[in-house]
Ligand binder design. Structure first.
Ligand SMILES: NC(=O)c1ccc[n+]([C@@H]2O[C@H](COP(=O)([O-])OP(=O)(O)OC[C@H]3O[C@@H](n4cnc5c(N)ncnc54)[C@H](O)[C@@H]3O)[C@@H](O)[C@H]2O)c1
Length: 383
């Protein structure tokens, strides 16, 4: 079988994870591009590829099947549309776009192209996440009822030194969009469509135009509920999702990527068995005497950590085999809707229904909803 021809646009930090993953897959890196020539030359030198000064030059000179877009988020939509116009497929880094208007523009370009758009959400692709999605979808782990989703990370004041950081134009949003989006996407991937969200976004400490902490409570179409918190002020960093179902508690506790060891399932005790033994099932939750089966442990297989290689290897295999790759642009729309709704709710002090996020919604075009910065400053100040 011939290798997939791939290219990378944007030769900064995360481009290395793409290049490394392609190097380990049946893929040939036919070109890399960066508006800073030295960066393209460096990456091309490291991975035996050819440097280009822009996506336009790369597309003129090469014929890739798939182009990774690893530029800052503000340029994703424009670059994706150019790649799609050339009939090629795109792998967009997170966040795929800055707002729903951009998402729909890229989706329209995709519909008119021979290429497709995929998005990097690597935590959907580790073995733990894949097992969780499958066992929740088929009911093996029970019906989800209550969930907690935490992105408690730390970024010092100096993180915001580069001029573009901390601004709506440069970053597009705060930890909700740039950091918490990983856990939010995994939560939505596991629990299905959300319906209503109420949120607060505050700027407690950092020199930014948006929030440095946000909190949301969410109701899902299934009736399950969740709380979500995203912070850049948390020195003991962790990323955590916990889902309490009618069958047990499923948890993943990691930081920037999990392996199987980071997942734990605590099954509910077998109530009938507990009763015959005279044990209160509510207080003996981990007693092996009353836990007959553990469907989570029974599903264990190869441990695949949730890194770029997990998703990119799968994507290359899917494309070479002519199979659909599941992390499409469309599959990430509920995540961008969630992020949009969180800002809309925080800045308007009202609940947001997902069904209302149509092109006429005031926050469809921009996560700040074109609210004047002075009003945002006031809304996000808790003083
Ligand atoms: N999935 C993850 O875990 C993960 C982790 C880190 C970053 N990211 C995402 O990856 C993307 C890039 O982040 P980074 O940390 O690598 O940024 P970076 O600043 O290190 O690199 C971006 C590169 O893009 C280049 N660039 C900018 N505009 C360009 C354009 N129009 N055409 C070509 N090149 C251009 C810059 O010169 C720079 O070299 C962001 O969307 C970020 O959110 C994802």
């Amino acid at each position: 079988m011939t290798d997939l021809k791939v290219a990378i646009v944007g030769c900064g930090n995360i481009s290395r994870s793409h290049a490394r993953s392609y190097a380990a897959a049946p893929a040939e890196l036919v070109g890399v591009a960066d508006i800073v020539p030295a960066k393209a030359e460096e990456l091309a030198g490291q991975y035996g590829s050819t440097p280009y000064a822009s996506v336009t030059e790369l597309l003129k000179a090469t014929d890739p099947d798939l182009v990774s877009v690893t530029t800052p988020p503000g340029s994703h939509a424009e670059i994706a549309i150019e790649v799609l116009a050339a009939g090629k497929s795109v792998l967009l880094e997170k966040p795929p776009v800055l707002n729903l208007a951009e998402m729909d523009a890229v989706a329209a370009a995709e519909a008119a192209s021979a290429g497709s758009v995929y998005v990097v959400f690597q935590h959907r692709h580790g073995s733990g996440g894949r097992r969780a999605a499958s066992l929740l979808a088929d009911g093996t782990l029970g019906k989800p009822q209550v969930a907690v989703c935490e992105t408690l990370w730390y970024r010092p004041v100096s993180y915001f030194d580069p001029e573009w950081r901390g601004t709506w134009v440069g970053e597009g949003g705060g930890p909700t969009l740039g950091h918490g989006i990983h856990q939010i996407d995994l939560l939505l991937h596991l629990l299905g469509p959300w319906r209503t969200l109420t949120a607060t976004a505050l700027r407690l400490d950092r020199p930014v135009q948006f929030e440095d902490v946000s909190m949301a409570s969410v109701i899902f179409e299934s009736g399950a509920v969740a709380t979500v918190i995203n912070s850049l002020l948390s020195p003991h960093e962790l990323s955590r999702i916990r889902i309490d179902t009618t069958g047990g508690s499923l948890e993943v506790n990691h930081l920037y990527g999990y392996s199987d060891n980071d997942w734990r399932f605590t099954p509910v005790p077998d109530a009938a068995r507990a009763a015959t033994l005279g044990i209160d099932p509510g207080t003996r939750r981990t007693d092996s005497v009353v836990v007959d089966t553990d469907p989570w442990a029974a599903s264990a297989g190869d441990d695949i950590p949730s890194n770029h290689a997990a998703q990119i290897t799968r994507l290359v295999d899917d494309l070479l085999a002519g199979r659909a790759h599941e992390t499409t642009l469309a599959s990430t729309r509920p995540t961008m809707e969630f992020v949009t709704a969180l800002y809309a709710s925080a800045l308007t002090s009202s609940p947001i229904h997902r069904a209302d996020l149509t092109p006429t919604h005031p926050f469809y075009q921009a996560l700040h909803g074109n609210v004047p910065q002075s009003d945002i400053d006031q809304a996000m100040s808790n003083r």
